[in-house]
Design a protein around this ligand. Structure first.
Ligand code: ADP
Length: 816
C-alpha cells in the first residue's frame, strides 16, 4: 500500500460535502485569470526561465507577451524535470480544468510541452502531485505551439498554488502558456461538514472501500486501491498518528472512520484512538480516547464513530493504535458545526451525518440491516432535501418575477429570463443558508446576466469580427444560447426589431451613419501627448491632417484650422487578447451609431491593420471627475470655480444626452462623472460605451474575481435582479448629479464598504425605511435634493422621473 512508510501523516482535510454543496463542477469552470489578467504578474513565478523575455509572467494562455510564453532554463537542471511554472491564486480555489498552450509568437516559436504534471498546495509548503484516479500523474499536453489543450482534472483539486511541470527529455526546449479553470472555493456557509480523506497524498473522493479490501469499487485499479494501510512493523510505538488541518476553527461533533476488519488477513479495526485538539497555540489538555468493541465475528468493513464532544479545534491529531498486524482505512469523516457561521441549528444540535448510521454508544456498527436502513434513510433524506430545494427555488423564482414585474418596467424581458436562471442557480447553491448574516448575503444576491458576469464567455461566442470597417457596420447577433452583450445589445436588437416602438417615437433610431467608420490613413495622424490610459490602451492627443474630408457637414468639432484638427486617438494595446479586441470593436460599433451634441463623437477609425485605433473628438478638459477634482483642488479664484448654475448646466447636458439615448431605448449602464468628458466652456459629452475601467478601479466591485460592477451607481434592481433599464440609468444619473454637486470630493457612500453598499441595496429592496441615501450636498437646494435627486432613487422604477422630465426640471432650475 502506498503510505506505509510514513510515521506521521499530516493531512490537509478536504471538506467534501461543502464542495458538493457549493460547487457544481460542471458550472465551476471559469477561467481564473491568466488570460483575463485577474491573476497578477507577481503571482506567476517559475523555477527558472530561459531569458527575461520568457519569464513566468509570459506564461498566460492566449496572450504570451514577451517572447510568447514561459520557457524554463532546462539546461540549468540536469534532468529538466523539476522545472515549474507556479500560479498563486491568493485564496483557495476549486479547480476543475487546466489549459495549456505552447509558444507560437506569431510563427516565430515552436516550443511546447507534450507532457506535463501538476503539483498543488494550499499553504505553499506542502506540495501534492496531482494524479488521476488510476494514479497516473503525467498529463498529455500539446501537439503544436498554438492550439489550446484542455484537461479535465478528475478528481478536481482545491488549492491556492498550482505548478505546471513540463515533462521533457532535457534536450528539448519547452515553453508553456497556461490557464486554470474553476471557481473560488467558498467556505463556512454550511453548518456541518462531511470530511473525508483517501490517502496520505490528499485525495478525497468519497468512495468507501469494500469489505474485502482486495476488491475495489473502481474498475481497473490495483488491489487495495480503496484503502490506505499501515503495518505495525513500521510503527514501533504501536500507533499511527494523523494530523488533520482545517481551514479555520470549528466545533467537532464526531469523527467517523471507515475501516476494514478482515481479521482473516491480519487486518482489524484499531484498538484505541486518542485525539488531541489544537485551537490557538497549543494542544489542549484532555484528549479524547475511544476504544471500539472488538469484533471477532464479522469481517465486514464498517464505520466507527468517535464522538468528539463539540471540541473546538483547527487541527486535530489522532493516534490510532493497532490491534492486529494491519490497519486499513478508506475514509475519515468529520462532522462539525462551524465556529464562524452559525446557522439556524442551535448549539449542539448538529444534524446527523446523512451518509452513515450514527451510533452514539460508540459501538462498532456491524449490522447489515442497520447499514442498509441507514443508507436508505440517507437516500430518502437527500432526495427530500433536493425536492425541498427545488420547490423553494421555484417559489423564489415566481416571487422575484412577480416583484420585478410589479415594480419595474417590462422591457428587457429577454434578459430577465436569463437572470432568473442565473438567480436560480445561485439560489439553489446557497439556499441551505436561510438565516442570512451580514457577511454572507451578498454572495447570493448576484443574479446578473451571464454576459455581465463574465463577458469573456459571451464574446467568444460572437462571430469573429472582420477587421474591415465594412464588417464593423454590420449588426451582429449573439449565438442562440447567449444573451446580448452589454449595452451593445440594445442597439443591435433595436436596429433589428421591426416593432413600432421606435417608429412611434418618430425618431430614426440611429441618426449616425456609418461614415464615422471610415478608415482614416494612419500616417496623417501625428501624436502630441498622452491624454490618459483606458482599459484597452492609451488615449493620445493627435493632430489629424485632412480630417475635415471625413466629417459630415453637420459636425462642429472644435475649430478646423486649415487642414489640421486636434483629435483624441484611443488605441488598443498591441498585446491585447481577442476579448479586449472585440470589446474595442464593439465600442466603435456603438459609438458610430450615436449622434447627439452631448454624446462623444466617433470621427473615424484605423482598423484595417493593427494596432486598432478609434478617433474621437478631442475634449480639452478630460473627464468630468478629474475636471471637478482639479477645480476643487486648485482652490481657484472665484471666477474659475464653477458656480452652482454651471454645475447644474453640466448636469442638464448629461440629462440631455441621456434623453437622446433614452429616445433610442439605449441603456448606458455605466453613467458616472468618470464617463463624461468636458470640452470648452463646460460642454459635456457622455462617453464610455465599452466597459472601460482602469483609472477608477475603486468604483467597481469585483464579484469573485470575475465581473466588475459600478455598484455605487447601480440601482437596487440592477444589483439584485440584474435589470438594467432607462430607470436604472436615471438612478445612476442621480448619483452622477450628486457627484457633480459635491465636486467629486468623495466616492458615493464613501463611508460604506462594498459589502455594506450591497447590504444597503437589500434595504432598498426590503423598503423598511432602513436604506441609506446619499446626503444632500452643501450647495444643493432642498428642492433639487428632494424633488430631483431623491426621486431618481425611488424604489419603484416607474415612479422615477424620465430623462425628459429631469432635463426640463434642470433647465427650469437654471433659469430660476
Ligand atoms: P477608460 O477606458 O478608463 O474609461 P478611456 O479609454 O475612455 O478610459 O479614457 C481614458 C482617459 O483618457 C479618460 O479618463 C480621459 O481623461 C482621457 N480621454 C479619453 N477620451 C478623451 C477625449 N476624447 N478627449 C480628451 N480626453 C480623453
Amino acid at each position: 500500500t502506498r503510505s506505509m512508510e510514513f510515521k506521521v501523516i499530516r493531512l490537509f482535510v478536504l471538506l467534501a460535502a461543502t464542495v458538493k454543496a457549493q460547487v457544481n463542477p460542471e458550472v465551476c469552470r471559469y477561467p481564473l485569470g491568466m488570460t483575463g489578467g485577474q491573476i497578477q504578474d507577481e503571482d506567476i513565478s517559475a523555477s527558472s526561465y530561459w531569458s527575461e523575455s520568457t519569464a513566468a509572467k509570459f506564461g498566460r494562455l492566449d496572450i504570451g507577451g514577451g517572447d510568447g510564453a514561459w520557457c524554463p532554463d532546462i539546461m540549468s537542471e540536469p534532468h529538466g524535470l523539476k522545472e515549474y511554472l507556479q500560479v498563486d491564486l491568493r485564496s483557495l480555489h476549486f479547480i476543475t480544468l487546466v489549459g495549456t498552450q505552447g509558444r507560437h509568437a506569431d510563427g516565430m516559436g515552436n516550443e511546447f510541452a507534450q507532457k506535463y504534471r501538476i503539483k498543488y498546495s494550499r499553504d505553499g509548503s506542502n506540495w501534492v502531485s496531482w494524479q488521476d484516479r488510476k494514479g497516473q500523474q503525467v498529463i498529455e499536453g500539446n501537439r503544436n505551439a498554438y492550439d489550446v489543450v484542455l484537461k479535465d482534472l478528475e478528481p478536481p483539486i482545491i488549492a491556492r498554488y498550482v505548478r505546471f511541470m513540463p515533462v521533457t527529455d532535457h534536450s528539448m526546449i519547452v515553453c508553456m502558456r497556461v490557464e486554470l479553470y474553476g471557481c473560488e472555493w467558498l467556505d463556512g456557509l454550511v453548518s456541518y461538514r462531511f470530511v473525508s480523506f483517501f490517502s496520505s497524498d490528499d485525495l478525497t473522493d468519497g468512495t468507501w472501500g469494500l469489505d474485502d479490501f482486495l476488491h475495489s469499487q473502481i474498475y481497473g485499479v490495483w488491489p487495495g486501491y480503496d484503502y490506505v494501510g499501515w503495518s505495525n512493523r513500521t510503527f514501533p510505538k504501536g500507533y499511527v498518528e494523523m494530523i488533520f488541518d482545517f481551514d479555520h476553527v470549528r466545533n467537532f461533533t464526531s469523527m467517523k472512520v471507515h475501516t476494514s476488519n478482515m481479521f482473516s488477513r491480519g487486518v482489524r479495526v484499531f484498538r484505541q484512538v486518542t485525539c488531541f485538539f489544537w485551537s490557538d497555540s497549543e494542544w489542549e489538555p484532555g484528549p479524547i480516547t475511544f476504544r471500539p468493541t472488538p469484533d471477532r465475528v464479522s469481517q465486514r468493513a464498517r464505520f466507527v464513530t468517535v464522538t468528539l464532544g463539540d471540541r473546538t479545534a483547527k487541527t486535530i491529531k489522532c493516534r490510532f493504535h493497532f490491534s492486529d498486524v494491519w490497519m486499513l482505512f478508506s475514509e475519515v469523516a468529520f462532522q462539525s458545526g462551524s465556529a464562524v457561521y452559525n446557522t439556524s441549528m442551535g448549539p449542539g444540535k448538529h444534524p446527523k451525518n446523512p451518509l452513515t448510521v450514527d451510533d452514539p454508544t460508540h459501538k462498532v456498527d456491524d449490522s447489515n440491516t442497520r447499514i442498509l436502513i441507514g443508507c436508505l434513510v440517507a437516500v430518502i433524506a437527500i432526495l427530500s432535501a433536493i425536492i425541498v430545494i427545488m420547490l423553494w427555488r421555484q417559489v423564489w423564482q415566481k416571487m422575484l418575477e412577480k416583484a420585478s414585474r410589479r415594480l419595474l418596467d417590462d422591457d428587457l424581458t429577454a434578459r430577465l429570463a436569463i437572470q432568473n436562471r442565473a438567480f436560480a442557480f445561485r439560489h439553489s447553491s446557497l439556499s441551505s443558508d436561510s438565516g442570512s448574516t451580514s457577511n454572507s448575503t451578498y454572495e447570493r444576491i448576484y443574479p446578473l446576466c451571464a454576459d455581465y458576469q463574465e463577458p469573456s464567455r459571451l464574446i467568444r461566442k460572437l462571430p469573429e469580427f472582420a477587421h474591415s470597417a465594412e464588417n464593423l457596420s454590420k449588426p451582429h447577433t449573439s449565438g442562440s444560447d447567449g444573451a446580448p452583450h452589454y449595452a451593445e445589445a440594445d442597439i443591435i436588437s433595436l436596429q433589428e426589431s421591426s416593432d413600432g416602438s421606435i417608429a412611434a417615437a418618430n425618431m430614426t433610431p440611429f441618426t449616425g451613419t456609418d461614415s464615422s467608420l471610415r478608415e482614416f490613413p494612419r500616417e496623417k495622424l501625428s501624436f502630441k501627448e498622452k491624454l490618459g490610459e483606458g482599459q484597452f490602451g492609451e488615449v493620445h492627443l493627435c493632430e489629424a491632417e485632412g480630417m475635415q474630408d471625413f466629417l459630415d457637414e453637420d459636425l462642429s468639432v472644435g475649430e478646423i484650422s486649415e487642414s489640421l484638427l486636434l483629435v483624441a486617438v484611443k488605441t488598443l494595446r498591441e498585446d491585447a487578447n481577442k476579448n479586449a479586441r472585440n470589446d474595442f470593436l464593439k465600442e466603435i460599433r456603438i459609438m458610430s451609431r450615436l449622434r447627439d451634441p452631448n454624446i462623444v463623437r466617433l470621427l473615424a477609425v484605423c482598423v484595417d491593420t493593427d494596432p486598432l485605433w478609434m478617433i474621437t473628438e478631442y475634449m480639452e478638459n478630460g473627464d468630468l471627475n478629474q475636471f471637478l477634482c482639479n477645480l476643487r483642488l486648485k482652490e481657484a479664484p472665484d471666477e474659475d470655480k464653477p458656480d452652482y448654475t454651471k454645475l447644474i448646466s453640466m448636469a442638464a447636458q448629461i440629462a440631455s444626452g441621456m434623453k437622446y439615448l433614452s429616445s433610442l431605448n439605449f441603456v448606458h449602464r455605466d453613467l458616472a462623472t468618470r464617463n463624461c468628458l468636458v470640452g470648452k466652456n463646460y460642454t459635456i459629452r457622455i462617453a464610455d460605451f465599452g466597459m472601460s475601467r482602469n483609472l477608477y478601479k475603486g468604483d467597481y466591485y469585483r464579484i469573485q474575481g470575475r465581473a466588475v460592477l459600478p455598484i455605487r451607481w447601480m440601482s437596487w434592481e440592477s444589483i439584485l435582479l440584474g435589470k438594467f433599464t432607462m430607470a436604472s440609468d436615471v438612478w445612476a444619473f442621480g448619483v452622477t448629479l450628486w457627484e457633480i454637486l459635491t465636486l467629486c470630493k468623495e466616492q458615493p457612500y464613501s463611508q460604506l464598504s462594498d459589502e455594506q453598499v450591497i447590504e444597503n441595496t437589500g434595504e432598498f429592496f426590503r423598503d423598511k425605511g432602513k436604506q441609506v441615501y446619499l446626503p444632500k450636498p452643501p450647495c444643493c437646494p432642498d428642492s433639487v435634493y428632494n424633488d430631483l435627486m431623491l426621486s431618481c432613487w425611488r424604489r419603484n422604477a416607474k415612479q422615477r422621473p424620465s430623462f425628459q422630465e429631469i432635463h426640463a426640471q434642470l433647465q427650469e432650475n437654471m433659469s430660476a
